[in-house]
Design a binder for this molecule. Sequence first.
Ligand SMILES: O=C(O)CCC(=O)C(=O)O
Length: 297
Amino acid sequence: MLVHHCKTFLPRTLRYAYSTSASLASQSLRNAARIQLHPPDAFVPTNKEERALIDVTKLPKTLLAELAKLPTESFVIYPRFLTGDEQRVLLRASLAKLGGKRRRRRRVSNAQPGPTDPASLSLEELFGADEDYDFEEGHFDGVIRDYREMTVSSWPEVASAGLPPILARLYRLVDPQSTPGDTNGIVTPPSVQMHVLHLASSGLILPHVDNVEASGSVIAGVSLGDTRVLRMSRATDEGDATFDVLLESGSVYVQRDDMRYKWKHEIPNTAQFHRSTVGGGQRMSVMLRDRFSSHTA
Ligand SMILES: O=C(O)CCC(=O)C(=O)O
């Protein structure tokens, strides 16, 4: 199901207070590790109380202690980076960039429905059915299954209304100094690499580290559509260690430095997050990276 709203009920010690109350509210891996190591004795509810989106409960204590010392910005999730309207604008532009829907034979009807205002459609309606698209199955030795993707050096003008301010905020996550590559704000700045990745309902991404010479030390991922889990894993002396991050529509996660180079990331098709199952629907991610320079790796 698309835009699956996972209702997760957590023990008090696993809840967070947001770092700010604005749309740039964030949760960091460092705080999640600290709370797991030293749960607060008494929980004082505030109106900033939120569900924990980073589940580190499977990590061994030695690794938690290491993560608790990371800089805050090493791994951060912004749960409400985009409003509902902004999600629709970015999803429409991403779908337009990837190319239109496959033409399907329609049932003949006498009814003459008027044109639908895209702003009134839900994300699920904007995606449509899996059969509307030509998804690639993926190579047997590749890491992605059932997907479409494309590099974005500029966005289609026809679907760009409302897009430039959203893009400008996203660019700043990977390069705070970035300025759009054109005056209309729809050309990707030279310091940023961007691509859109559309997963079918059956789509998934297997564990991998992004090519270390293809981009720099920062990766930001916007999630639109189906809620999925991002699983981060690392080999340790005690075996494989993993933690999970809940990626709801409109959220953005950022991984930086060691969290980009030393941990694998994957997007399973479905997964359990605490006691809820999430996944199994279409998801668009808009991925941003800083450009590789020999100083960053
Ligand atoms: O869709 C995502 O959030 C992750 C995409 C990814 O793993 C990649 O582009 O390498």
